[in-house]
Design a protein around this ligand. Structure first.
Ligand code: ZN
Length: 494
């Protein structure tokens, strides 16, 4: 291993431990473990949900301002042994995917309709990666900052025609014996909250799982044992709100903490597949709340640092880092003469201390212009003019009307208002059709290059894991079919 590659990993490991340093310059040699024909023993699939290139770019700018180093995600792209690709994430029925269809496409090699998990329109269930991997003797782990039953983790393990059936998905995790489950969504396991009154915590415990509810329980969990950790009733808090609360920091683990714990549980296995999701980058972007989205992206990047450190220790591990779709596509607009006001404006992002989501209950209690103005000043450092505050209040009272109706929500108004303070504009409030970036590192990484379809990811994973299985596919809705030439070329690549 070259000295510079060691420096890169040392940097990654230090960052994972919360120690900040200058970005390493990386010029590595290809090692045996990253040889093109090598097969991974372990596979880690990292997803920053809803991260368009704009969010990734702003996450890197923010990271440089906030922790004096860029994102490891982009450091990794600069590694000579890393391979990068653009991926078309379209679903069966739309160019714009949701997380259920996106995760299903990686997990089964087959596209499904948005909102559906691993099921074709005729009701045929597809076999997801976690089931196929279990048959091949691989352990399986799912880690997320959303509810553990949410679409992205569920896409690797569950089958349902409705991603919202969280109680059913929780049951499938138990039946399918997913080895490591860490995230939010405790309510879906509690007898008082479930419609069927089943106590899934007790059932998981009887099945041999450690059942965990706090950060300290997670840190003390016995090694090598299956575990179910739910650290919030719903989603885990946004990173920006987590960091601002002593109580939350004490009781709720970060994504990096959960990833470290998952690897500790899975490490003894001959083979494992682990999905790690930074699920709330998407939620910050839906809310046009850039300060919140990029802090969750940095938290995701800290989890990536943990995986890079693991990969250094266990080099026959393939890491794949990607996103499932863009969301609301933020972009930093050039501002001022010669755009020289752009950087000072964006630097205001460091003043943000609360998510838009956390402001809402305060605004409901006292929906006055003066209160909103004060709240915003405290939460973002922006002293918004009266006329603009009046427009946000009108949206809050459902009296407002944006020219683009996607932007009617209070959050979209706040996002546009804050554009004056940060320079960041938005395309809307929903997912977008953008092709997404992917970077792969480790044995088998060279298979991820050029322009891929989301379904190719499944084919590469199963091929590398020597799983000989193909799910059925349904014809794409609303699009011309690929030509025979395109199909042939694609088959040759994958
Ligand atoms: Zn979303």
């Amino acid at each position: 291993m070259s000295g510079s590659r060691r420096a890169f990993f040392r940097h990654a490991a230090l960052a994972g431990a919360g120690v900040l340093g200058c970005p390493a310059i990386v010029r590595s040699a290809t090692t045996a473990a990253t040889a093109p024909d090598a097969r991974p023993r372990h596979l880690i699939h990292l997803v920053a949900d809803g991260t368009s290139i704009g969010t990734l770019t702003l996450g890197d700018h923010f990271s440089r301002l906030h922790r004096k180093t860029g994102l490891r995600w982009l450091d990794l792209c600069r590694q000579p042994a890393a391979h990068t690709a653009l991926v078309n994430m379209r679903s069966l029925n739309s160019w714009v995917t949701d997380s259920a269809a996106a995760s299903s496409s990686w997990s089964t090699g087959s596209r499904v309709v948005n909102g559906v998990l691993n099921q074709l329109p005729d009701g045929t269930n597809l076999r997801p990666l976690c089931s196929l991997a279990a048959e091949a003797g691989w352990k399986r782990g799912l880690v997320t900052t959303t509810e553990i039953t949410h679409a992205t983790p569920a896409g690797f393990a569950a089958n349902t025609d409705n991603r919202g059936t969280a109680e059913h998905i929780a049951l499938q995790y138990l039946e399918r014996k997913i080895d490591v489950l860490l995230g939010g969504g405790r309510k879906y396991f509690e007898p008082t909250r479930r419609k069927d009154k089943r106590d899934l915590h007790a059932e998981f415990a009887r099945a041999g799982y450690s059942v965990l509810q706090t950060a300290s329980q997670l840190a003390a969990a016995p090694r090598g044992q299956p575990c179910l950790g739910t650290f919030a009733s719903g989603h885990l808090p946004f990173t920006i709100d987590h960091q601002a609360s002593d109580e939350l920091r004490k009781t709720v683990p970060t994504l990096a903490d959960m990833t470290r714990a998952a690897l500790r549980q899975l490490e003894a296995a001959g083979h494992f597949i682990l999905q790690v999701e930074g699920g709330r980058v998407d939620h910050g972007a839906h809310a046009c709340d850039i300060a919140t989205a990029v802090r969750d992206l940095v938290a995701f990047d800290d989890a990536l640092a943990i995986c890079l450190e693991f990969q250094q220790r266990v080099p026959d591990t393939l890491l794949v880092v990607t996103t499932d779709h863009g969301t609301a596509n933020p972009g930093l607009n050039g501002t001022g003469s010669g755009y020289k006001e752009t950087i000072p404006l964006f630097t205001n992002i460091l003043k943000a201390t609360r998510s838009f989501e956390s402001l809402e209950p305060d605004l409901v209690k006292n929906p006055s212009a003066a209160h909103l103005q004060r709240l915003l000043k405290e939460a973002t450092g922006y002293n918004a003019p009266d006329a603009k505050i009046a427009l946000v209040l009108a949206a809050f009272q459902k009296k407002g009307q944006a020219l683009y109706s996607h932007m009617n929500s209070v959050e979209a108004h706040l996002g546009q208002l804050l554009a004056n303070h940060l320079g960041v504009g938005w395309t809307g409030t929903s997912h977008t059709a953008d092709f997404v970036p992917l970077v792969a590192f480790g044995p088998g990484a060279s298979r991820f290059t050029g322009f891929l379809q989301n379904t190719d990811v499944f084919r590469i994973y199963t091929d590398l894991a020597q799983i000989d299985y193909r799910n059925p596919e349904a014809p794409l809705l609303g699009e011309c079919q690929p030509t025979a030439d395109e199909v042939e070329t694609r088959a040759a690549w994958v």
